[in-house]
Write a protein that binds this ligand. Structure first.
Ligand code: UDP
Ligand code: MG
Length: 333
């Protein structure tokens, strides 16, 4: 670790070239900003004086941005990027990566569920040569049974069909070396599934177990619908199995229907017809319409994604930048 008693630096110098950037996506987290900084800043000061904190205000409708602004006035190492509306946490992380200047970048939540003290361990691992250090939650007992069940199902599906291995329990709380950040920034996907992207870029990685704490103020910003959407985005972004599996199912069903036709043919030839066949007709028509609608829906999901990508809209729209984040704005749109 860098000795803390180095030559005294001016504030301008500290702001100019941070060693460690901390990105915090915030959406209506007004009550959490001050307690978070109260715990985070001492940790950062223990690690290095050359740190910066970048809040990404994801279209908050409360006074989150005012709180950040007043903190930023007293401490220029606290900066912010504020979106013109709510773009979602994944996009907020992407914006944070665009604006962070540190040699290492830490991503964490604002609600103190990610203990700031862990960053010291992250940095130690980073100095040992790991380019990606992720927090790995050891238990999910804070979540409801249903949510846990779905999370487990999701990881199983992903492990089975996804193109990459996703370490279970690893979330967004992590440290990424500048090298990894630059690679992540080149991935301009619109339907972002960060967990998948972190794993996709590879690099020497290590997990550090941690216990997720209770949310300090407010409630979770993820509805069940949002989580489901997110899980589907994850699978669709890293697997084409849902698209391809219909070929096999279609083939199997066609084969079965030919076999059934043969069976009926032989039976009619041998024993004559004994029932008008109306029920079986209705059943098969319904069955096939169902299959067709489902497969059309799956194709639609992917076509929708292609549409979103080809529109080439920017990932986010910035309304305001504060502190260090304002300095990098020139190089960005
Ligand atoms: N968040 C965000 N945009 C959103 C939803 C959430 O920036 O649309 C932020 C939120 O302020 C928090 C982090 O993402 O800092 C994690 O959100 P939350 O605690 O609600 O998620 P959970 O911990 O329940 O997964
Ligand atoms: Mg939370």
């Amino acid at each position: 670790m860098r000795p803390r008693s180095e030559e005294p630096r001016s504030k301008e110098c500290l702001v100019a070239s941070p060693e460690l950037s901390v990105i915090i996506p915030v959406h209506n987290e007004s009550a959490n900003i001050a307690p978070l900084c109260g715990r985070l800043l001492p940790v950062l000061n223990r690690i290095t004086a050359r740190w910066e904190v970048i809040f990404v205000d994801d279209g908050s409708r409360d006074d989150t941005m005012d709180r950040i602004r007043s903190l930023s006035q007293g401490e220029p190492r606290i900066g912010a990027v504020s979106f013109s509306r709510n773009f979602g946490k994944e996009v907020a992380i992407a914006a944070g990566l665009d604006h962070a200047r540190g040699d290492a970048v830490v991503i964490m939540d604002a609600d103190l569920q990610h203990p700031p003290e862990m960053i010291e361990t992250f940095v130690e691992r980073w100095k040992e040569g790991y380019l990606m250090v992720y927090g790995q939650r050891t238990d999910r007992s804070d979540e409801t049974r249903v949510k846990r069940g779905f999370a487990h199902l999701f990881y199983r599906l992903f492990a089975r069909f996804g193109e990459i291995a996703l370490p279970e329990g690893a979330g967004d709380f992590r440290l990424i070396d500048r090298k990894g950040v630059e690679v992540l920034r080149t991935l301009g996907e619109k339907a972002r599934f960060s967990k998948g992207l972190y794993a996709w870029i590879g690099f020497r990685s290590i997990g550090v177990p941690f216990v997720v704490e209770e949310r300090l103020h407010g409630t979770t910003k993820w509805s069940f619908r949002k989580l489901f959407r997110f899980a589907f985005d994850g699978i669709a972004a890293f697997s084409t199995v849902p698209l391809r599996v219909w070929t096999y199912i279609g083939f199997l069903i066609s084969f079965l229907s030919i076999a059934t036709a043969f069976y009926f043919l032989v039976r009619t030839l041998l024993f004559g017809t004994d029932l008008p066949g109306f029920p079986s007709l209705i059943v098969s028509v319904m069955f096939f319409s169902g299959i067709q609608l489902m497969s059309l829906g799956i194709v639609g999901e992917y076509v929708g994604r292609i549409f979103a990508e080809v529109k080439r809209r920017p990932l986010y729209v910035v309304q305001e930048r504060l502190g260090g984040a304002a300095e990098v704005s020139a190089s960005l749109v």
